[in-house]
Ligand binder design. Structure first.
Ligand code: NOJ
Length: 558
C-alpha cells in the first residue's frame, strides 16, 4: 500500500502526522547563537539555554545548520564525520539534552544533512583515493580519467570554481564535485553509499530528531548527456530512502533543498512518497521583486504557475537564509534589476545572488520589513525565519563568502552583544558594531522591553497566525483588485476565511477588491478586532498607507 493511501484518512489529516504543515520554522547556526563555555564559539549548551526565547517567538520547529565535525571550509557543509557533533559545539549527549529540552517545549528539531557530498577530509574520501580503481572503497565517490565527462552540467559556485572535476594526485584520477573542490560528491549508484546514508539517518533518529533538511538533492545522481540534475535515478533514490525511513519512523520529515523552478521542485514531493516539504525558491525573489516594482504581478504569476501539491505535502517559504539571496530562479533581466535595486554596492554580490540580511536590504524600513513578513506568514506554506531577522540584524560585507550574514546573535548591549564572554578576537565571527546596525542598539533585550519593537510585532503576528487554521492549512485564492500595486488573497479553511491585502507601493492609495460571493460578510481586522463596513454587491474599497496591510477575518453578517 502506498504511503499516499495509508496517510490520507480524515483522522490523520487533522492529526499529528501532518505536524509540519503547521510548522513555523526558525533556522539557526549553533556557532553564532550563544556561547555558554566562553571559547568564542556558540554551542549546544548555549542554544539549550535560549530555547525559552525561541519558544517565546511562537516558533514550533528549529532547523539546525550543520553541527558535525568538519574542517569548516564551507562552514560545516563539508562534513568529516556524520555520526558525531563538532567538539566546539558539544557532544552527542549535549545534542540529546538539547533535543529533549526542545521537545519538552513542543518544539521539533530538523537537522541539516549534507547528502550530496562530504568533506575531502572524510575517511571515506581518504580511503577512496588510496583504494584500487574500481574497488568498492573507491566507488564511494565519482571518478573519471578525464575532466570532460558530464559536460552539460553547470557550475554552481561560479565565483570560485572553474570545473566540476578536480584532479586528485593520490588517486591519479579526477573526482566530481558540484560545489567547492574540497567537497567531493558521493556516488549514489553504489548501494553501499545508500546504506551508509540510511545508517546516518537512523543514528540521528535514535536521538529523536524530527526531520532532515536534505542539502542540494537535485545533484545526487549524475548521468552522461544530461545536465545531471533531477534525474529519475535521484527521485527513485529519494523514494527508496523515504520508504525505508517510514518503516521505523512514520513521523519523520524530509525537507528538500532543491533550488529549482516550481515545477521541478514539485517533483521532489513525488506522489506524496518523496519529500514532505520543499523550499519554494522562485517565490522568494519575487516577493523582493514585487516590492521593488511596487506591483503584485511577480507574486501572483509565480503562485498561479505553482501547481497543487499532494495533500500531505507542504512548501517551506522564506525571505532570507544563511546563503546569498539566490537569484538563480529569475531571468537575467530580472536578476540585473534586483542586483541594481538591492545590491548597488558590488561587494554585496556573490555568485548569482546578494549576500545581505533582510533589514539592510530594506534600508531598515520597518514598514517594508513588516510587509514582507505579513506575506511570509500568510502565503501558502510553512514560514521559515532566519535567526536575527526578527530583531532586524544587519550584516557585514567585509567578511568573506557568506559569513557576513552569519554573525553572532545580538542578545544585549553587553560585551560581544551578550553572545560570548570570550575576548572579541576569539569570536567565531565578529559582532556587528557599525553605527547603523550595532548590537548596542539592535538587540533582543532592548526589543523585549519595547512593546512596539519588531520582535514583539513578529510575536503578535505569529500568535494571530496560530489562531487561524486557514493560514497553515487553508486554500488560497487571489482576489482581483483595480490597482496592481495592491495584492489581495483569501485564505480559507472551512468557516475560517481571511482576506489578506497589502499595498506594495510607497504611496497612500485607495483600491477596490473584487469579492464576489462574499456580499454581506463582515470583515474584522485581526490585530485590533475592529469591525469594518460590511461587504456589498460592488467591489470592496480599502484605503492603505504606504506599505500597509490588512488581515481581515470575514464572517457572515447576522
Ligand atoms: C546549499 C547550502 O545551503 C550552502 O550553504 C552550501 O554551501 C551548499 N549547499 C553546499 O553544501
Amino acid at each position: 500500500m502506498s504511503l499516499h493511501e495509508r496517510r490520507l484518512t480524515d483522522h490523520e489529516l487533522g492529526g499529528n502526522t501532518l505536524w509540519y504543515k503547521d510548522a513555523v520554522i526558525y533556522q539557526l547556526h549553533i556557532k553564532s547563537f550563544l556561547d555558554a563555555d566562553g571559547d568564542g564559539i556558540g554551542d549546544l549548551s548555549g542554544l539549550t539555554r535560549k530555547l525559552d526565547y525561541i519558544s517565546s517567538l511562537g516558533i514550533n520547529t528549529i532547523w539546525l545548520m550543520p553541527f558535525y565535525p568538519s574542517p569548516r571550509r564551507d562552514d560545516g557543509y563539508d562534513i568529516s564525520n556524520y555520526k558525531d557533533v563538532s567538539p566546539e559545539y558539544g557532544s552527542v549527549e549535549d545534542f540529546q539534552t538539547f533535543v529533549n529540552a526542545a521537545h519538552a517545549r513542543k518544539i521539533r528539531v530538523v537537522i541539516e544533512l549534507v547528502v550530496n557530498h562530504t568533506s575531502d577530509e572524510h575517511p571515506w574520501f581518504q580511503r577512496a583515493r588510496r583504494a584500487r580503481a574500481g574497488s568498492p572503497e573507491r566507488d564511494y565517490y565519482v571518478w573519471s580519467d578525464t575532466d570532460d565527462k558530464f559536460a552539460e552540467t553547470r557550475i554552481i559556485f561560479v565565483d570560485t570554481e572553474k570545473s566540476n572535476w578536480s584532479w586528485d594526485p593520490v588517486a591519479k584520477s579526477y573526482y566530481w564535485h558540484r560545489f567547492y573542490s574540497h567537497q567531493p560528491d558521493l556516488n549514489y549508484r553504489n548501494p553501499e553509499v545508500v546504506e551508509e546514508l540510511l545508517s546516518i539517518m537512523n543514528f540521528w533518529l535514535d536521538k529523536d530528531v524530527d526531520g532532515f533538511r536534505l542539502d542540494a538533492i537535485p545533484h545526487l545522481v549524475e548521468r552522461e548527456h544530461t545536465d545531471s540534475e533531477n534525474l529519475p535515478e535521484t527521485h527513485a533514490l529519494l523514494k527508496h530512502i523515504r520508504a525505508r525511513l517510514e518503516e521505523r519512523h512514520p513521523d519523520v520529515i524530509l525537507l528538500a533543498e532543491a533550488n529549482l523552478w516550481q515545477e521541478e521542485a514539485r517533483e521532489y514531493f513525488g506522489d506524496g512518497d518523496e519529500c514532505h516539504m520543499a523550499f519554494h525558491f522562485p517565490l522568494m525573489p519575487r516577493m523582493f521583486m514585487a516590492l521593488a516594482k511596487q506591483n503584485a504581478r511577480p507574486i501572483k504569476t509565480i503562485l498561479r504557475q505553482t501547481n497543487s501539491i499532494p495533500d500531505e505535502c507542504q512548501w517551506a517559504i522564506f525571505l532570507r537564509n544563511h546563503d546569498e539571496l539566490t537569484l538563480e530562479m529569475v531571468s537575467e533581466a530580472e536578476r540585473n534589476f534586483l542586483w541594481e535595486t538591492y545590491a548597488a554596492d558590488k561587494r554585496a554580490r556573490l555568485n548569482l545572488g546578494i549576500r545581505r540580511r533582510l533589514s539592510p536590504l530594506m534600508d531598515q524600513d520597518r514598514r517594508r520589513i513588516e510587509l514582507l513578513h505579513m506575506l511570509l506568514f500568510s502565503l501558502p506554506g510553512s514560514p521559515v525565519l532566519y535567526y536575527g531577522d526578527e530583531i532586524g540584524m544587519g550584516d557585514n560585507t567585509d567578511l568573506g563568502d557568506r559569513d557576513g550574514v552569519r554573525t553572532p546573535m545580538q542578545w544585549s548591549d553587553d560585551r560581544n552583544a551578550g553572545f560570548s564572554n570570550a575576548a572579541p578576537h576569539k569570536l567565531a565571527l565578529p559582532v556587528i558594531d557599525d553605527p547603523q546596525f550595532s548590537y548596542a542598539a539592535i538587540n533582543v533585550a532592548a526589543q523585549d522591553n519595547d512593546p512596539h519593537s519588531l520582535l514583539n510585532w513578529i510575536r503578535q503576528m505569529l500568535a494571530l497566525r496560530r489562531r487561524h487554521r486557514a493560514f497553515a492549512r487553508g486554500a488560497m485564492r487571489f482576489a482581483k483588485t483595480d490597482d496592481d500595486r495592491v495584492i489581495a488573497y483569501l485564505r480559507t479553511c472551512g468557516e475560517d476565511v481571511i482576506l489578506c491585502a497589502a499595498n506594495l507601493s510607497s504611496v497612500s492609495l485607495a483600491a477596490k477588491i473584487s469579492l464576489p460571493k462574499l456580499a454581506d460578510y463582515v470583515p474584522i481586522e485581526l490585530a485590533g478586532g475592529t469591525t469594518f463596513p460590511v461587504i456589498g454587491r460592488d467591489s470592496y474599497p480599502l484605503t492603505f498607507q504606504p506599505y500597509a496591510y490588512f488581515w481581515l477575518k470575514l464572517t457572515k453578517a447576522g
